[in-house]
Design a protein around this ligand. Sequence first.
Ligand code: SF4
Length: 351
Amino acid sequence: MNRDHTKTIQIGDRVIGGGNPVLIQSMCNTKTQDVASTVNQIKTLTAAGCDIIRVAVPDMESAAAIREIKKQISIPLVADIHFDYRLAVASIESGADKIRINPGNIGSLDRVRTVVDKAKEYQIPIRVGVNSGSLEKNLIEKYGGVTAEGIVESALNKVRMIEEMDYGNLVISIKSSDVLMCIKAHELIAEQTDYPLHVGITEAGTLISGTIKSSVGLGIILHKGIGDTIRVSLTGDPLEEVKAAKTILRTLGLKRGGVEVISCPTCGRTRIDLISLANQVEDMVSSYDHLDIKVAVMGCVVNGPGEAKEADIGIAGGIGEGLLIKKGEVIRKVPEEELLSALQEELMKMQ
Ligand code: SF4
């Protein structure tokens, strides 16, 4: 997994590409002009591990709101623009750290040039985004349908257009809801360009199906050494996107820090409410990014202590109570209703 061949690009105070850590993006689902709600959501996502946030800019009020939002947040903000080049210009003037456009739906070359000139003036990157759903007719005809080759050609054509305007501060994103097509498109484009790639599976679906599709797609793409920022797109709370993205990066060894929760699937031996406990533990530790440990939540004493040995700290359920295990040693017996707080207490000591 070697991703150091891509150009480095600065987004606000973060740097992507060139072997820098893969960063997590998410997108607000608040109305951007509702500054209070948007800032609130960004702060929640930041605390959960979001590195870069994107907001929709469907109108001038949203573009203007970026100025106020930026004052209150600590991570770079990307303005998402469709169709109206004036919104891109206004967003850049309001302080967006990057803009996302599909030059294909911005209109004439002159309009695209106006946006590029503004990005150049403010020295911010442009993310050139292409979705399989909006692939040009001529490329659909050329390749006999929507294909990975067509998506890649479309994206590279747009990149070339902006390069001809003398701007190379670019990030590319190519998206398809077809996971296999998306993987192939990323393999193809990575061979043909050294711009950083923002990777995501578009319209992936709801929490379970979207997480699975994104994990398979992003997992394979990232494991090939492709991708500099990621987004898990879910029809749901963006907080779940960030949690899923963090787990994908950790699973691939691309992110360190944070608490990994391992929990057993439960069986006929389980005598405590382990499913609820495991969920509560996962919630509790989701913002403990300063720790780099494994927590085991196991249902019984048959396998629990053994499995928990692999973890830094763990719980093994009994009947109405559980064992608290640290580095394989049982440290105490705790009533079921106090297991969560006892675990939290031990985690606090480890900070
Ligand atoms: Fe069953 Fe115990 Fe294994 Fe959990 S740890 S699945 S309760 S045997």
